[in-house]
Write a new protein. Structure first.
Length: 443
C-alpha cells in the first residue's frame, strides 16, 4: 500500500538546470520548497519476467505531511544490476528492466535521503494465471475504487501486477480504468473487467454502477470489533472489523489507531498506525490489519477511528470510533478461527507430465486455527465431503489468525485442457470454525 496517498496536495515548483538528486532538482515537478524526510518506491515488491520492463515511482514525504513525485529527481540504484537495472536517463527515469533470474533490491536517493528498499524478483518462469480483487464491485456513478491484479507464475511465485497488466473494461460508458487499475463509475449499468499480460487473460469480474454519485445507497461505517496484540518488542498488530450498516458501498478510506493518547485525538492529528480499507459492500464486514509500534510490551489503550479523513459521506458520523485496550480487545482472541480459500489454480506442464495446484488458505479470524489438512481432488466432478481423502494432500501444522498459508501440490497426471478439480480445506474437520460453509471450491 502506498501510505503516502493519504497526504495533502502535491507541492509543485519550477524546475531549473540543477544537478539531479539535489533538493532543488525536480525533474519538471519541482520539490525545491519541500523538506523531504522520507521516500517510498512503488511498487515496493514485484516479480518481473526476464526481458520485461516496469515503471517505478518514487514518492517523497515532507515534514509538512505533503507528498511530491520525485521519480524524475532521485538517483536510482540496483543492488544487483545484472539481475535488474533501473534507468536514470532523462527519457526513461525509473524504468526497471528484468535482465536475469534472481533477486535484487532497488533504492532511490534524493538530497541525501534514502528510500525504503523495494524488492524485485526476476524470473524466467512462465506466467500461468492472473486474478483481480475484489471479485465483484458495486459502486455509484462518479465513485471510484482501486482494483488489484495478482500474477501467478509456473514456479509457484505470485506478486501484485497491477501496474504491469493491461486493464480492460467491457463497457467504458459504465466504468473506466486507468493503467494501474483505478476504476471509476461512469454511468448506470453492469459490465465486466479483466486484465491481460503476456498472452494470459484473467477471469472477468462483475462491476455494477448504480445511480448518481454514491447512488448505491447510504453508507454507515462502524467498528464491529477490534482484537489487538503487542509483542515483547513493542510491535502492534490490530485486527479491526469494519462494518457497513448501510445499503451503499464504501471504498478507499483509512483506519487509524492512536496508542495511549492524551485524551481524544482531534481531526487532523497524525495516528501512530494506519492502513487503508479498500472496499466494503452493503451490509458487509471486512477486517483490516493495522500494524505499527506501541513503544513497549504490556497493556496499551487504543483509540480506533474509521474514515478518519472524512472521505466517505455517511448517514451517521457518530459511530466511527472505539476505545479498546490490548488486554481486552476482541475478548482476548477467544473467538473461533475461520479458514477460507483465497486462491485455487492449476498448471499442467506437458514436458514432465505433471499438474501443479496452488492453494492460498487464510485464517480470517484472530484466533489460532491449529493443524488441518488441505486436499485436492484431481479431475473430479463431484464436490468432496468431510472425511474423504484427496488425490494429494498436505498437512498445515498451524495457521495463526490473520495469516495465509501457500500450499503447492503436484499430481502425476495430465490436465492439458480442462479439469474440474476441487480443493477441500480442513478435510477431517479438525478445526472448530465460525463458518464451516466456505471450505471447498472447484476450478
Amino acid at each position: 500500500m502506498n501510505t503516502l496517498a493519504r497526504l495533502g496536495p502535491l507541492l509543485i515548483g519550477i524546475g531549473c538546470a540543477i544537478p539531479k538528486g539535489t533538493a532543488s532538482d525536480t525533474g519538471g515537478q519541482g520539490a525545491s520548497s519541500v523538506d523531504v524526510i522520507g521516500i517510498l518506491i512503488t511498487p515496493d515488491e514485484l516479480i518481473v519476467p526476464v526481458g520485461s520492463s516496469v515503471q517505478l515511482e518514487a514518492i517523497g514525504l515532507s515534514a509538512e505531511r505533503t507528498s511530491v513525485d520525485l521519480t524524475d529527481a532521485v538517483d536510482w540504484t540496483s543492488d544487483s544490476p545484472g539481475v535488474a537495472g533501473v534507468s536514470n536517463s532523462l527519457e526513461e527515469e525509473g524504468v526497471l528492466n528484468g535482465l536475469a533470474g534472481g533477486v535484487t533490491t532497488i533504492i532511490a536517493v534524493f538530497d541525501g535521503v534514502e528510500s525504503a528498499p523495494a524488492t524485485v524478483t526476476v524470473t524466467d518462469a512462465e506466467l500461468s494465471s492472473l486474478s483481480i480483487s475484489p471479485p465483484t464491485v458495486i459502486i455509484g456513478q462518479d465513485d471510484s475504487i482501486q482494483l488489484s491484479a495478482e500474477a501467478r507464475f509456473s514456479d509457484g511465485n505470485s506478486a501484485d501486477a497491477s501496474s504491469q497488466v493491461r486493464w480492460i473494461t467491457g463497457d467504458a460508458s459504465v466504468a473506466t480504468l486507468d493503467g494501474n487499475g483505478h476504476l471509476t463509475g461512469e454511468g448506470s449499468g453492469t459490465t465486466e473487467v479483466y486484465v491481460e499480460w503476456s498472452g494470459v487473460q484473467s477471469e472477468p469480474i462483475s462491476v455494477e454502477v448504480v445511480g448518481g454519485s454514491g447512488g448505491t445507497g447510504s453508507v454507515d461505517l462502524t467498528i464491529a470489533d477490534v482484537y489487538a496484540t503487542v509483542d515483547d518488542d513493542g510491535a502492534l498488530s490490530a485486527w479491526v472489523d469494519v462494518e457497513n450498516l448501510g445499503s451503499g458501498t464504501a471504498a478507499a478510506f483509512w483506519v487509524d489507531i492512536w496508542v495511549d493518547p492524551d485524551g481524544t485525538p482531534s481531526f487532523g492529528d497524525w495516528p501512530d498506525a494506519f492502513d487503508e480499507c479498500e472496499y466494503v459492500g452493503p451490509e458487509e464486514t471486512t477486517t483490516v490489519l493495522v500494524q505499527g509500534y506501541a513503544g513497549e510490551g504490556g497493556t496499551h489503550e487504543l483509540f480506533v477511528v474509521v474514515d478518519s479523513t472524512d472521505d466517505i459521506e455517511e448517514t451517521s458520523e457518530s459511530n466511527n470510533t472505539k476505545w479498546v485496550d490490548t488486554s481486552s480487545a476482541g475478548g482476548g482472541g477467544t473467538g473461533k478461527p475461520n479458514l477460507v480459500i483465497d486462491y485455487f489454480y492449476y498448471y499442467y506442464d506437458d514436458e514432465d507430465g505433471l499438474t501443479y495446484y496452488w492453494i492460498d488458505v487464510t485464517n480470517e479470524s484472530t484466533a489460532d486455527a491449529g493443524s488441518f489438512y488441505v486436499d485436492v481432488y484431481h479431475d473430479a466432478y463431484t464436490e468432496p465431503v468431510i472425511g474423504s481423502t484427496g488425490d494429494v494432500y498436505q498437512l498445515v501444522s498451524d495457521l495463526p489468525g490473520g495469516q495465509t498459508e501457500y500450499v503447492e501440490l503436484t499430481v502425476s497426471d495430465e490436465c492439458d485442457y480442462y479439469c474440474e478439480s476441487w480443493v477441500l480445506i480442513d478435510s477431517f474437520d479438525q478445526v472448530d470454525e465460525s463458518d464451516e460453509s466456505d471450505n471447498t471450491i472447484s476450478l
